[in-house]
Write a protein that binds this ligand. Structure first.
Ligand SMILES: NC(=O)c1ccc[n+]([C@@H]2O[C@H](COP(=O)([O-])OP(=O)(O)OC[C@H]3O[C@@H](n4cnc5c(N)ncnc54)[C@H](O)[C@@H]3O)[C@@H](O)[C@H]2O)c1
Length: 439
């Protein structure tokens, strides 16, 4: 392979960049390359996504349709398709597909492997494949590489380049975007790293090259495990301090004034999103292969998954104060999204709370301006189609208690606390009042 020539074609922006998987990670990355002046190609198995792009429509709330229209729909150098034979038209192939857990909480690499199988028949000599999906150390070389080689009759490192570069996207973070977040890159060999570096440095402010793919895979897991463990710690401290009648939010504000050696994390009703509740268990699973138990990760998982039960317990106590049982009480959940100001409800702890409330015989509704209807999903299919009630319906006539599960900025939680008999606040967004109970 003529690595210098490949690098040159990337630097000259002649190389077409293909992104496979146009979700929360892939779509912003595709836009970034298109904005930088590269010809781009988006691939997805979900034709509703490629069709919406063709109509200049965004399906992710924080990505404006105008950006899709300008950089993709109306851009003659761009196409989005479900036809994987057009892989041949790309120089680089960036894989951004899901890496969930199976029902038994083991890594589910089926999307990554299926993508490898889809690419392989069309893989060309001199192309670079990089994996962006979060996964355990070893995936790129032990799992993806053999699938690519088998289906293409090409050899990694000899005929095509292979790299791993984890995504650090934080949806709706106003301070950091895809281009301004430093990016870790590991290559199969020196040439793969050189091509991957040329590729990403064209659109990303700062690259962090590491020795190999495994190190890059491990770095991503370490970041997310760090968050998972610290969130579990602060959730545990919330339970302790609440029992002591100490306001955890005030404690965090005070502790965060320490200018060194402390980083604030915030408690909540549990963990949500596509990453933090899932990724740590990729390492737990892989560590077992080496006979090692990752106890911190397991414990953090235990604490975080027990938080919905704690919220239920606090809701029971709050209702008890009003002489009411949970059974038959009318409860509104304020927020379906896993974090504020986004429309992403994947792994949202609101669902676990909702399930448990129903088990106790409560009557449950929800309000979320960003999730107007519950989307079909594997985990909570039975809630699919349930619609958010309007904010005007959140009043004392309709409900005994509101549980603040998300804390969206565009909901006036204090106003709700004034008009409802009880509020259970898991996000610290309400001004303290006798009818507001922290949970
Ligand atoms: N969402 C985040 O904030 C975030 C942040 C960092 C890392 N990640 C990681 O990035 C990866 C992707 O996450 P996401 O949030 O973008 O997922 P997503 O579900 O939003 O998007 C994935 C896309 O891949 C498509 N897809 C599935 N199988 C495919 C296949 N075989 N071929 C082509 N397309 C296929 C799906 O239709 C979907 O559009 C995951 O590994 C995740 O852990 C996500």
């Amino acid at each position: 392979m003529d690595t210098q020539k490949v690098v040159q074609s990337i630097q000259n922006k002649e190389a077409r960049i293909g992104i496979i998987g146009l979700g929360y990670v892939g779509l912003p990355l595709l836009l970034e390359f298109a904005k930088a002046g590269f010809p781009v190609a988006g691939f997805d198995v979900d034709s509703t996504k490629t069709e919406q792009i063709a109509f200049g429509k965004s399906y992710i709330r924080h990505i404006p349709s105008s950006a899709i229209k300008q950089h993709l729909t109306d851009n003659p150098a761009s196409f989005c398709t479900t036809d994987f034979s057009r892989i041949t038209e790309c120089q680089a192939l960036l894989i951004c597909v899901p890496t969930p857990l199976t029902a038994h909480r083991d890594p589910d690499l089926s999307y990554v492997l299926q993508t490898g199988e889809q690419i392989a028949p069309y893989l060309q000599a001199g192309q670079i494949v990089t994996l962006e999906s979060t996964t355990y150390p070893g995936t790129t070389e032990e799992e993806l590489l053999p699938v690519l080689e088998k289906g293409s009759n090409l050899k990694a490192g000899k005929d095509f380049y292979l790299a791993y570069s984890p995504e650090r996207e934080d949806p709706n973070n106003k301070d950091f975007s895809t281009a301004t977040i430093p990016k870790v890159v590991g290559g199969l060999d020196a040439d793969s790293l050189a091509v991957a570096t040329a590729l990403y440095s064209a659109v990303i402010c700062e690259l962090v090259p590491v020795s190999n793919c495994r190190t890059a895979e491990a770095a991503k897991l370490m970041e997310n495990i760090f968050r998972c463990v610290n969130i579990a710690l602060v959730n545990e401290l919330k339970i302790v301090f609440t029992a002591m009648k100490i306001d955890i939010w005030e404690v965090i504000r005070a502790a965060a004034t320490k200018p060194f050696g402390f980083m604030p994390f915030y408690p909540g009703p549990g963990l949500g999103g596509h990453c933090i509740p899932i990724d740590p268990f990729y390492l737990t699973w892989k560590a077992k292969e080496y006979g090692i138990a990752s106890r911190f990760i397991e414990l953090a998982g235990e604490v975080n998954t027990s938080m919905p039960s704690y919220v239920i317990q606090r809701t029971m106590l709050a209702l008890n104060q009003d002489g009411k049982p949970l059974r038959g009480s009318r409860i509104v959940l304020l927020g379906l999204a896993y974090k504020k100001n986004v429309d992403d409800d994947r792994e949202s702890p609101t669902y676990a709370i909702w399930e448990q409330l129903l088990e106790h015989g409560a009557l449950v509704s929800y309000h979320d301006p960003y999730c107007p209807v519950v989307r079909p999903s594997r985990e909570h299919g039975h809630f699919a189609g349930v619609a958010s009630i309007s904010i005007d319906q959140v009043n004392a006539e309709n409900f005994d208690v509101a549980i603040i599960t998300t804390g969206h900025d565009n909901i006036d939680h204090d106003a709700i606390a004034k008009r409802l008999p009880l509020v259970v606040d898991t996000r610290g967004v309400c001004t303290p009042a006798p009818n507001v109970h922290q949970a």
